[in-house]
Design a protein around this ligand. Sequence first.
Ligand code: SF4
Length: 304
Amino acid sequence: MAEFRWSQLASSQDGLFELSRRVVGRGAYQGLTFHEIEARSIISKAPPSTPWFGYSINAYRGCSHSCTYCFARPTHEYLGFNMGNDFDNQIVVKTNAVELVRAETEPGRWSGDMIAMGTNTDPYQAAEGKYKLTKGIIEVLAERANDFSILTKSPLVLRDIDLIADASRTSKVSVSFSVATLDEDVWRRTEPGAPHPRKRLDALARLRAAGIPGGVMVAPLLPGISDRPDQVAAVKSAAKESGAEWVNEVKLHLRGVRPHFMNWLAADSPDLVASYETMYPPRRPKKQKPTSESDDNQLRFILA
Ligand code: SF4
């Protein structure tokens, strides 16, 4: 079991949050461990490297959808977990997320900017069935008439369809589904914990029928695995049939997840390793300040 870095931080006066409880999942949540924490803040300002959204909320850390290519994986390492199985199974739950959103979006305190959900973890991953934090956050944003967007791979979003439809009448709201492939074999290999892509498109069709703006991100296109023109055309065509208002292709960016992805690739498709080594050469390690203060600042951004 990983050593929890936050347990040390929480004991200091400047603790980022409190670790309150560890819950072993049972039944539908078998195989997952939930680390319930009290976060100090919840709305994050996006770094300049992600100009397509200004602010984001991530009520969970880690993601049971377990996509091999997920660029959020390395963030788990700041918590003392690994970016492999721990990212898939050790889910950090910010149990006070709804209260924090309510406090941080109080009139006079908040600018009213659009808030994105699904930037670093899926807001409708399995944990949401148990904790309902995304639902609570949407309720608050709807009360505030605050614009928001959702990016997910899960039809669990349909549980909140009435709420989202109501919110979309007073605010700018959108739901995007990430559908990288309709190829069953590729889906099982690359997104082993995520719902079937056809179920995502069925969910999109229901949201669109309810008048909710929605579209599809064909993301990411994996060279030699899911980027053949006929594969991409199949996703785009099915997305349009489901009523997608936008269908955007997104190339694969490995960034810090490269070591994990390349290990997976070597086991899954060894014949592709050489071409990926050329397309995605290792990055030079960044210089890091050797102080605990820099670690704390990094944690502050990741966990907020
Ligand atoms: S659903 Fe999104 S956040 Fe979750 S593992 Fe897949 S890419 Fe990462």
